[in-house]
Ligand binder design. Structure first.
Ligand code: UDP
Ligand code: MG
Length: 320
């Protein structure tokens, strides 16, 4: 019998359609693992309601009332997927040995958890779930997502290719992780920074069982920008290099302009001047924008607002 306590952390936002389908699957999995002696009987499924506007929280309370293995916490308002995961992880870290975070829509493969725990038993403190194909994604999502992972690595952020938020993390890592004070969360990029022994397991990502995705193209772009600006300052350095390059080019352009002037050919060149002005003002605006992104981040970090606020719990006794 293993005494490893597992907390399965499942963020939910407006998921009343999918929870009745997936929660029984989650419960069955936990029972099975406990029966086989792979995890302790004290293991729990921790649902994090991320300020849902539908019946999600009522459903979670209902499941918790019926099954002692289910507990739920509710955020005071919607804060987004990353903050919901963070809330779950921080709430769980003092009650368990390992956590596994997964979507509530059935996309992450429950059967991969066995292999994650096995990897943990073999010494890994973080086990990244990596999807082995993007067959269930549309062309645009596949193209942009893969481009994003490549770009992130190009910018020097260590993120695991094709890994999202299906991940086993030990309580030991979470204790260290809780010292990371930043409020802009991009968890998949932050865990590699914490270090410790880690490994990957591969799984097939399925289609959502019901309901709709919450990640619109706009939200995905926001997550990507957050990821880049929280993990890398290379865009700033790129601007500096670009500035130097343009200054060098400008120097030669000035020499050229003076020479042309003395040769008496100055009435030519309206088109080239206009083109240059447009080009350089575009680059300048873009550069100011990039710098602004980082200033925005500093602004938010300096406020250091709480990363999550719990307003309700299914049962505070069960937590302790
Ligand atoms: N989610 C959340 N808060 C949000 C948006 C999403 O807690 O503001 C949860 C959602 O309920 C799901 C997970 O995060 O369990 C992933 O969201 P979704 O399935 O919509 O994203 P996708 O899998 O399509 O990328
Ligand atoms: Mg999903």
């Amino acid at each position: 019998m293993s005494d490893t306590v597992l907390y399965l952390i499942v963020p939910c936002y407006n998921e009343e359609k999918v929870l009745p389908i997936t929660v029984p699957l989650f419960m069955q999995k936990i029972e099975e693992l406990a029966e086989k002696g792979i995890i302790s009987g004290k293991s729990r499924i921790l649902f994090v309601n991320d300020g849902s506007k539908d019946k999600t929280w009522d459903l979670i309370c209902g499941f918790a009332a019926k099954n002692a293995r289910v507990i739920g916490i509710s955020q005071s308002r919607n804060r987004g997927h990353q903050n919901a995961l963070y809330a779950g992880l921080m709430e769980a870290k003092d009650h368990c040995d390992i956590t596994v975070t997964m979507d509530c829509d059935g996309q992450d493969d429950l059967n991969a958890i066995d292999r994650m725990i096995e990897a943990y038993e073999n010494g890994a403190e973080i086990v990244y779930g990596v999807r082995n194909s993007r067959k269930t994604d549309g062309f645009l999502k596949r193209f942009t997502a893969q481009g994003f992972y490549r770009m992130m690595n190009g910018l020097g952020a260590e993120i695991v290719y094709n890994h999202a938020d299906f991940r086993l993390v030990s309580a030991r890592v979470l204790q260290e992780f809780s010292a990371y004070r930043e409020v802009n969360l991009f968890l998949r990029g932050m865990f590699p920074l914490v270090g410790f022994k880690s490994t990957c397991i591969y799984y097939e990502r399925k289609k959502r069982l019901a309901g709709k995705t919450h990640y619109s193209p706009k939200k995905m772009l926001a997550l990507a920008l957050d990821g880049i600006t929280s993990l890398s300052i290379k865009p700033l350095r790129f601007i500096t290099v670009l500035g130097i390059l343009i200054s060098v080019i400008s120097f030669f352009l000035i020499v050229w302009a003076v020479v042309v002037h003395f040769l008496g050919m100055t009435e030519r060149g309206w088109a080239s001047v206009t083109a240059l002005i447009c080009f350089f003002s575009g680059i300048q605006l873009l550069s100011v924008g990039v710098v602004g992104e980082y200033i925005g981040k500093i602004y938010l970090e300096s406020k250091a607002r709480p990363k999550y606020i719990i307003s309700e719990r299914t049962d505070s006794e069960k937590e302790s």
